[in-house]
Ligand binder design. Structure first.
Ligand SMILES: [Zn+2]
Ligand SMILES: [Zn+2]
Length: 391
């Protein structure tokens, strides 16, 4: 099916691109998005929206009412940057040393502002559109903090929608899938305590390094031998710390890593398996092993009805052959998951182009593709009109 809704003509497109590049040049980290939040709030006020600030410190919410229906939906963009030194040299490169919009949240913010601007001028819908600009998506869980701060009590939306640019998907294509689209993440830390000794006299000690090495090897079976073969999970060690001298077997070592899963029961299975291996290998070596799990973002799971709705909305904008519905989810994580735990909704990926030259997420050569401003704003506007059709 070809597109049935032509892409929006945005009379303010060049102004929007300038704004996007200005945000790119002034990246701000989690909960410090003060300048960005000022820009967002000023823009929303200029369009005539009601604005509420200070939800999760730097979060901003804009409310646009049209017609008489009290029905309400939420659209969310993230505003924060990464602690990463930008290597691009184009004119809008980062002016804040060691900080960079390497995930395209500058573009997400601009696209959602574009949709708010357009709908404020042409409010052909019936209900309440809530534009949510959240802080601290990268690692700090700003979405959860907004919810704790009463986001959904203040704005009782029926459903909530999110969008991320996606390098590797062509421009003009969108991924919209029901079910899990991004993984839940859990950090783990394992300490292995042996008995330190002279490296030349290993019989006098308990070797924490050898014990830790056995554990790393044994844990390669956690996913392969414990999960249903059709369930997905990742267990990766990322740190192995211990020892200071050439000739000392250390008393203790510390291992750290990450677990990724799509389902709570898979996460539990993995934790139980890790626990068994830790106690078994501790006993086998006469060492003590303790393990701690730090649960971070839950899996991002789209509700089936809302995913189907978004497939329709996206098909109207991009044409159904450009809406991807069966590609593999990502083992990366996304804090929009917290909003989807509270409300039905759908999180989509909008193609950012081929990702050549390092234009991939979290790469120091990344840049948001400004061609997406019209595409993303068109999707958002069509979504609002379809969910809240004019009376
Ligand atoms: Zn990111
Ligand atoms: Zn991101």
């Amino acid at each position: 099916m070809p597109p049935t809704m032509p892409l929006l003509e945005l009379p303010f497109l060049s102004e929007l691109a300038t704004l996007r590049r200005d945000i790119h040049a002034h990246p701000e980290l989690a909960f410090h998005e003060n300048r960005t939040a000022d820009i967002v709030a000023n823009e929303l006020e200029r369009y005539g929206l009601e604005v509420q600030r200070g939800i999760a410190r730097t979060g901003v919410v804009g409310v646009l009412r049209a017609g008489s229906s009290p029905r309400m939906i939420g659209l969310r963009a993230d505003m924060d940057a990464l602690p990463l030194a930008e290597l691009n040299e184009f004119p809008h490169h980062s002016r804040h040393q060691g900080k960079m919009h390497a995930c395209g949240h500058d573009g997400h913010t601009a696209m959602l502002l574009g949709a708010a601007h357009y709908l404020a001028e042409k409010p052909d819908f019936d209900g309440v559109a809530v534009f949510i600009f959240q802080p601290a998506e990268e690692s700090e869980g700003g979405a959860a903090v907004m919810i704790e701060d009463g986001l959904f009590e203040k704005f009782p939306v029926e459903a909530v929608f999110g969008l991320h640019n996606w390098p590797g998907i062509p421009v003009g294509e969108m991924m919209v899938m029901p079910g899990p689209v991004m993984a839940g993440t859990c950090a783990f830390e394992i300490s292995v305590r042996g008995h330190g000794c002279h490296a030349a006299m290993p019989h006098q000690g308990v070797d924490a390094i050898v014990t830790g090495a056995q554990l790393v090897q044994a844990m390669q079976t956690v996913v392969s031998r414990n999960l249903h073969p059709c369930d997905a999970g990742v267990v990766s060690f990322t740190q192995f710390h211990g020892g200071e001298a050439w000739n000392v077997i250390p008393e203790e070592i510390v291992l750290r890593g990450t677990i990724r899963t799509f389902k709570a029961e898979v996460q539990e299975t993995i934790e139980r398996a890790i626990g068994r291996l830790c106690s078994g290998i501790a006993a086998a070596n006469g060492a003590q092993i303790t393990v701690n799990f730090d649960h971070r973002y839950p899996p991002t799971v789209n509700s089936p009805a809302e995913a189907k709705f978004c497939q329709q909305v996206a098909s109207e904008v991009f044409g159904s052959e450009h809406v991807l519905t069966d590609i593999l989810p990502s083992m990366g994580a996304e804090d929009f998951a917290y909003m989807l735990n509270e409300k039905p909704g759908c999180y989509v990926w909008l193609g950012n182009g081929p990702g050549t030259g390092g234009c991939t997420l979290h790469n120091p050569h990344y840049d948001f593709n400004d061609e997406l401003l019209t595409l993303g704003a068109s999707y958002w506007v069509n979504l609002v009109r379809r969910w809240l059709p004019p009376a």
